[in-house]
Ligand binder design. Sequence first.
Ligand code: SAM
Length: 287
Amino acid sequence: MADLSVLSNTLAVLEKYNFNFQKKYGQNFLIDSHILDGIIDGAEITKDDCVLEIGPGIGTMTQRLCERARFVIAVEIDKKLIPILNDTLSEYDNKLIINEDVLKVDINELCEKYNNKKPIKVVANLPYYITTPIIMDLFESKVPLESITVMVQKEVADRMKVGPGTKDYGALSLAVQFYSKPEVILNVSANCFIPRPNVDSAVIKLSLLTEKIPVRDEAFMFSLIRASFNQRRKTLVNGLANAGINGVTKEAVLSALNEMGISETIRGEALTLEQFALLADTIKKHM
Ligand code: SAM
């Protein structure tokens, strides 16, 4: 099969199957071989790897992944793309194509079956309408993961990597940095896609941490984080006291801040991840 990163080859496939792009599925296909190589090099794919590709489209990146990896699992929601993928990937026998919403797939079960429960690598040009749910689902479902290397909206990549004191800092930054080390590996122009998206893009690599910051109750910490950023302009004390989190009173938050030596007027956006972890443990003591 011809290299699909060559625009004329992609256009020929789209025409052969009379394919119409579905905006609702965030379909912007890559047509730049340097970017495709950059993603796969950045993900450090080797012949030992089992790779999960989310949203293979017509198989442009999947072709390259099949060349480089031991096994590729490609999950595509759009059933119209399945006959196309069966055609464009017909020469590879180290792949599994699944027609499903990735959020409904049991990735743990796939890992067990195709990678002996060893960590997999996720590589994707993600559909932008569900970037955050997909990444959070991967982290929270405790799938054995080595890394997640994905194309996202540039603005979302910025939010993932920043720390306190910046306008982009928020619940996504803290969740990503709790589970992984984020690193932007490429900035990508809108001209590298067909159709051209209205936003700039970036490839970010999230390398999973082997040692996370210690916190007694992760879910409780994340409920504090979400509540602090839901009411960004309020002080942390008022934001948390009004959030309706079971057992979290204004007094408990004040006592915890005093014990930690942090000002009572601080806002959530000024706290580091380590401070949120300590705050969660300290508030629990005062509840
Ligand atoms: N990987 C291809 C490429 O780079 O050319 C296509 C990338 S396109 C940005 C996103 C792909 O994800 C589309 O093929 C779309 O149909 C698919 N997709 C959208 N939502 C999905 C979901 N919930 N589960 C699986 N695939 C999805």
